[in-house]
Design a protein around this ligand. Structure first.
Ligand code: ADP
Length: 475
């Protein structure tokens, strides 16, 4: 499964130029291997094959699609250990988290294998007695998918599962830091009997591959997960050919602990929401708001808990926090800590020393205020930044004071407060007394600049379907 070639039109091959890119382990900098440095020509070939493949795939029955997807799911399950090892080697997360991601990734393939059979149309009472109105749903066609490094497996299956179930084909550009998980998934898809050309994986020059995916008229949809800046760029590039867009972009999640919260549970939820994947998820709690009456107590509990976290190579048993993906991620976290301390926050745990590796000590800051960088920018690292509040309406206004609108979390034991506050939050997803909200059975996605469309659940497959209205007249 460890492939150092790309998979285009059902063939494993090198780049036309024969050049390649190195991939390193972020924990220790060792060279893991190379992947082809592809560009426009290889992407075009993948798109042409995808066009042919999706046309015949659309003609297969839902059951046939379902069987192939189910086989892919079974193979991912069977090879979950090996996949998790590839994932940890290139991404750095602890092996237990990598295994959990593989299970989560597989769940999308299983769910959409089932959902393939449930794409239904409708018949609307007609406006004329001699006519009938039929509404049906058809596959969009060729999809260009671009994925990030933080969930190298799940961000791929969350797109491919519904796309293939709907009858679409996918040309995928995985993140340059984590291509081997993507290529391993493609190897298993091939083994599962996915038709040639239906799924291609092209590694290499992001600008050239992305440029072709967004400008080629055969590609009818772009599904992207990554930074808000690149999402906007891809949307602008896709405007000329009016492609459908699914965008899962950045977040700046508030995590609000009200005065009546069960603090033990809030702490447990916060640890998952903040420190999973070393804080490198788009739904990670970025701003922790704790009611002033429980602030000191909660900060003590939090500092104790964070000081017990073990940092190290994800392959070592018992490690909670792996490396950051790259040096610029490290520098951003350090800049957030430095800025906050300079403006008056107190570092209760962690270090102000600059790291020379990819590792950053988990950190806790108290007395964080709205003028600090951590209030407005997504840290994407293991930094707990704690604000305080006294008034419910005020904290909701502050929580909403961002262009992002992906995930938010609240802890309260009051049912009425839970409803009122979660309804007031301008976010696509709200966890009430829960710190982990991602599941294949629910629609994941954001509002405002956090994105367009939903992934997972029944809504996830709608993203890959067009609606056709047929008027059957003259009856
Ligand atoms: P991050 O900052 O988390 O790495 P990015 O948005 O830069 O997020 O990356 C997410 C994905 O977008 C990666 O696969 C990356 O290679 C790709 N990407 C980055 N720049 C471009 C671009 N100009 N065109 C197409 N894809 C791009």
């Amino acid at each position: 499964m460890f492939k150092q070639q790309v998979y285009i039109a059902g063939q494993w091959c090198d780049a036309d130029s024969n050049s390649n890119q190195p991939v390193y382990n972020p924990a220790d900098g060792t060279l893991l291997g190379h992947v082809p440095e592809c560009g426009q020509a290889e992407t075009q070939r993948a798109i042409n094959a995808a066009d042919i493949a999706s046309k015949s795939w659309q003609k297969t029955t839902a059951k046939e699609k379902s069987i192939v997807l189910r086989r892919w799911f079974d193979l991912i399950q069977q090879h979950s250990e090996a996949l998790a090892e590839i994932l940890t080697a290139e991404q750095g997360k602890p092996l237990t988290e990598a295994k959990a991601e593989i299970a989560y990734a597989a769940s999308f393939i299983e769910w959409y294998a089932e959902q393939a059979k449930r794409i239904r149309g409708e018949m609307i009472p007609s406006h004329r007695p001699d006519a009938r109105i039929l509404v049906s749903h058809e596959a969009i066609g060729v999809v260009g998918a671009i994925t990030p490094w933080n969930f190298p497996a799940a961000m791929i299956t969350r797109k491919c599962g519904p796309a293939f179930a709907a009858g679409c084909s996918v040309v995928l550009k995985p993140a340059p830091d984590t291509p081997f998980t993507a290529l391993a998934l493609a190897a298993l898809a091939e083994q599962a009997g996915l038709p040639k050309g239906l799924f291609s994986v092209v590694t290499g020059d992001a600008v050239a591959i992305g440029g072709e995916l967004t400008s080629n008229k055969t590609v009818r949809k772009i599904s992207f997960t990554g930074s808000t800046a690149i999402g906007k760029l891809l949307m602008a590039q896709s405007a000329a050919s009016v492609k459908k867009m699914s965008l899962e972009l950045g977040g700046n999640a508030p995590f609000i602990v009200f005065d009546d919260a069960d603090l033990e549970k809030a702490l447990a939820g916060y640890m998952v929401a903040k420190f999973r994947n070393a804080g490198q998820t788009c739904v990670c709690a970025n701003r922790l708001y704790v009611h002033e009456s429980v602030y000191d107590r909660f900060m003590n509990m939090l500092t104790d808990k964070v000081s017990s976290l073990v940092m190290g190579n994800g392959f070592i048993e018992g490690v909670d926090i792996g490396p950051m993906i790259n040096r610029s991620a490290v520098e951003k976290i350090e800049a957030h800590i430095h800025d906050a301390v300079q403006k008056g926050a107190t570092l209760l745990h962690g270090s102000q020393e600059k790291s020379s590796t990819h590792f950053v000590q988990p950190a806790v800051l108290r007395d964080v205020t709205d003028d600090m960088l951590v209030a407005t920018e997504e840290t994407f690292g293991p930094l707990a930044a704690a604000f305080t509040f006294s008034d419910d309406e005020d904290v909701i206004a502050r929580a909403n004071n961002t262009d992002s609108g992906l995930a938010a979390y609240i802890y309260t034991q009051s049912l009425s407060k839970a409803f009122r506050m979660s309804e007031a939050l301008e976010y696509g997803m709200v966890g009430v007394n829960e710190g982990l909200i991602s599941t294949e059975v629910a629609p994941f996605g954001g509002i405002k600049e956090s994105g367009l469309g939903r992934e997972g659940a029944a809504q996830g497959i709608d993203e890959y379907l067009e609606t056709k209205y047929t008027l059957m007249g003259g009856l």
